[in-house]
Design a protein around this ligand. Structure first.
Ligand SMILES: [Zn+2]
Length: 109
């Protein structure tokens, strides 16, 4: 194998590795989100109640109650209110997970 071919082979391997890393990071971040939201539901930090109002808007720098990250201005944030006026913000991904978990727990409770 000449130097050029070896160079291409190394670059391909680096590229495959990087792709694998990105996919792994994505899976870990999804799992992390799911576990955080499940824990918050269990600890009462997020409600099981159906939201009475949901206002969707681009992030104004709010911290997401689901993943504790500051949502970027390019992301949508849901301002949710449940009974008793409990209000919190969730980014779009956390909102989807919260709704899914909330419903599935509700069905088995
Ligand atoms: Zn979040």
């Amino acid at each position: 194998m000449d130097a050029h071919a070896r160079d291409i082979s190394v670059r391909n391997r680096v590229s495959v590795n990087r792709q694998w890393m990105l996919e792994l990071r994505d899976r870990i971040s999804r799992l992390d989100r799911l576990l955080r939201i499940r824990k918050k539901l269990a600890e009462g930090l997020l409600p099981f109640d159906h939201p009475t109002t949901v206002v969707q808007a681009p992030s104004a720098g709010q911290r997401c109650t689901g993943c504790d990250r500051i949502a970027m201005p390019t992301n949508l944030v849901m301002a949710c209110t449940v009974r008793y006026g409990h209000k919190f913000h969730l980014d779009a991904d956390c909102y989807e997970v919260w709704q899914r978990l909330r419903r599935s727990y509700g069905q088995h409770a």
